[in-house]
Design a binder for this molecule. Structure first.
Ligand code: PBG
Length: 326
């Protein structure tokens, strides 16, 4: 069938048709809200480059999680700003560390929320790198032990899922073995498998107070040009025991999300990172774009590329809009 018998515009003529034939829809069930927890009580430190996101002490974090739950959001991802930093990231796996306390408090008061935790040492390391540093080198194998301790301490505190974001080789296998050895064989691992060395993490590093104090992360995070290597990283993580695989960032890497979705059958997560959020917010504030519409289109694009799960700082804003549309 061709024009004039066929007319594509017939099914675009009004929202009733468009709704009926829409191939991809965003759902509240797809979303995870990242949250930042800091020491103290009644602390709310706004993150300037991420409007609407704050560092929250545990008491206020629990209130925030309740309001996310009331919106219908089912999952959060926790990041910690520790009390102190050192060369062994001891706060990252302290039984009374800020993330461990936050998990316990959420699980006590809002037990129907899925609590996932970011497992990475950079926030608790004085040098800001994701691994153990000796003589200016970021060491791989000694880091695995600390990451495993960190993941285990989160599971012990009650985390539903752990999400290693460090990009050391072999970390998924090491964490899986540790969890299984301690009776946490039912705790899933969401692996940041294809995590690229990205300038889009800038605002997050302000939020988590975690920028590297020397050098950069390019000896462990992936080179932005590499799709085949991304598939290899995902395959390795699956062999080592990952339950969910992640691509990060999302918008500049939609082709990688698509390739991962086509190649593997595990759930795929995509992380719509801080810089992606900040750009939309900034342009909206300048009046250069309609931030709400751009947010919707960006999140839909990530879903259309193949993501089953979207980690996004927009979760709390987008959910009321989704429900008013249906
Ligand atoms: C920790 C970590 C980072 C992000 C998630 N986990 C920062 C980094 O790797 O430098 C980035 C999240 C974001 O930008 O929203 N390794």
């Amino acid at each position: 069938m061709q024009f004039p018998q066929y007319r594509s515009r017939r099914l675009r003529q009004n929202e009733r048709f468009r709704r009926l034939v829409r191939e991809t829809c965003l759902s509240v069930d797809d979303l995870m809200q990242p949250l930042f927890v800091c020491p103290g009580t009644k602390v709310r430190n706004p993150i300037l480059s991420m409007p609407g996101n704050d560092q929250l002490s545990v008491d206020l974090l629990v209130e925030e999680v309740k309001s996310l739950r009331d919106l219908g959001i089912g999952a959060v991802m926790l990041f910690g700003i520790p009390r102190k930093k050192d060369e062994r990231a001891t706060e990252a796996y302290a039984p009374d560390g800020v993330v461990q306390q936050a998990i316990q408090a959420i699980k006590k008061d809002v037990d129907d929320m899925l609590v996932a935790t970011d497992v990475c040492l950079c926030g608790s390391m004085s040098h800001g790198h994701c691994g153990v540093v000796e003589d200016g080198q970021i060491l791989n194998d000694p880091t695995l032990e600390l990451l495993s301790k960190m993941a285990l301490s989160h599971a012990v505190a009650g985390a539903d899922m752990v999400a290693p974001s460090d990009m050391m080789d072999g970390r998924i296998g090491a964490i899986r073995e540790t969890l299984d050895g301690q009776g946490f064989e039912n705790t899933p691992i969401m692996a940041y498998s294809a995590k690229f060395a990205s300038a889009f993490y800038g605002p997050f590093r302000e939020a988590a107070e975690s920028p590297p104090q020397f050098g950069d992360r390019r000896s462990y995070q992936m080179d932005p040009g590499n799709t085949r290597e991304a598939l290899r990283e995902v395959a390795l993580d699956i062999q080592e025991g990952a339950d969910i695989i992640m691509v990060k960032p999302a918008l500049p890497y939609l082709d990688v999300i698509y390739a991962v979705r086509e190649t593997f059958d595990l759930p795929v997560a995509a992380y719509n990172v801080s810089g992606e959020f900040a750009m939309i917010k900034a342009a909206d504030r300048l009046g250069w774009i309609n931030g709400t519409d751009v947010m919707m289109e960006a999140l839909l694009g990530i879903k259309r590329a193949g993501a089953d799960i979207i980690l996004t700082y927009f979760a709390r804003e987008v959910v009321p809009i989704l429900s008013s549309h249906t």
